[in-house]
Design a protein around this ligand. Structure first.
Ligand SMILES: Nc1ncnc2c1ncn2[C@@H]1O[C@H](COP(=O)(O)OP(=O)(O)O)[C@@H](O)[C@H]1O
Ligand SMILES: [Mg+2]
Length: 236
């Protein structure tokens, strides 16, 4: 089986094959501050710098300058990787900030999935990207009132990503930080995998669990996430 290594300390060994099954679309669910964006950016950064796999970060919520500035705190120079074509930002939030960014101009009247998929497909072709992050799919639910429509669009996203041959982390913002197994968002069953990140503010700890991963054997435990200026480490 082809496997995509996260390169995150302690993460790949949770899978018997040593990483995500190549081509999977994986939902990363968690409340605010759980570490979803950092965890996903690290996947792209490690891919671009360690494994020679280019990445695309689709920002549906945050200003790209903010994303770059935040990443730099961990020593990840997204701007330099962008100039080398190794990490491309697709920006649905603002007008294009850097010439290496791709301006989506779609979010103003709600998210247009066809448009997003068109740009994503073109960018995958142009950059040869193997890894994609979408931060965050919750933007879709914000722009649609009908839950059936939201599900249809999410399924379309999941299927299109599979056709593009990329391995994808799709971030989903949970309202609360105490998500358990019974509280997955509606989109959970549409994707190949589910990883939860949980912030326990009482215990002052973050935890990660793999709830589902199509095509892979993985551990079912929940693990402490160490977050420092070096990024994320999983304490198994
Ligand atoms: N250098 C750092 N060292 C340790 N923790 C940090 C650092 N920078 C940010 N954090 C923590 O990471 C959190 C944000 O992580 P992020 O991935 O943006 O969360 P999410 O996307 O799930 O909302 C912050 O709330 C903060 O607690
Ligand atoms: Mg985030």
């Amino acid at each position: 089986m082809a496997v995509v290594k996260t390169g995150i300390d302690g993460m790949d060994s949770l899978f018997s094959e040593g990483g995500y099954p190549s081509g999977n679309s994986i939902l990363v669910v968690g409340g605010p501050g759980a570490g979803k964006t950092i965890f996903s950016m690290q996947f792209l950064y490690e891919g671009a710098t360690k494994y020679g796999e280019n990445g695309i970060f689709v920002s549906l919520l945050e200003h790209p300058e903010k994303i770059r500035k935040h990443a730099l705190k961990f020593g990840w120079d997204i701007e330099a990787l962008g100039e080398e074509g190794k990490l491309t930002l697709i920006d649905a939030v603002t007008q294009r900030v850097k010439k290496t960014d791709i301006d989506m101009k779609v979010a103003r009247r709600g998210l247009d999935m066809s448009h997003l998929l068109g740009i994503l497909e073109q960018t995958v072709k142009d950059t040869g990207a193997k890894r994609v992050v979408v931060d965050a799919i919750s933007a879709l639910a914000l722009s649609m009132s009908d839950i059936f429509e939201v599900r249809t669009e999410m399924l379309r996203l999941s299927l299109s990503l599979a056709e593009m041959g990329v391995t994808t982390l799709i971030i989903s913002e949970a309202k609360r930080n105490d998500i358990g197994t019974s509280e997955f968002p509606v989109e959970a069953f549409l994707f190949d995998g589910i990883i939860t990140l949980h912030l326990d503010s009482d215990a002052q700890k973050r935890r990660l669990a793999i709830r589902k991963m199509r095509g892979a054997k993985h551990t079912l435990g929940s693990y402490v996430v160490d977050l420092s200026e070096d990024g994320i480490k999983i304490i198994a």
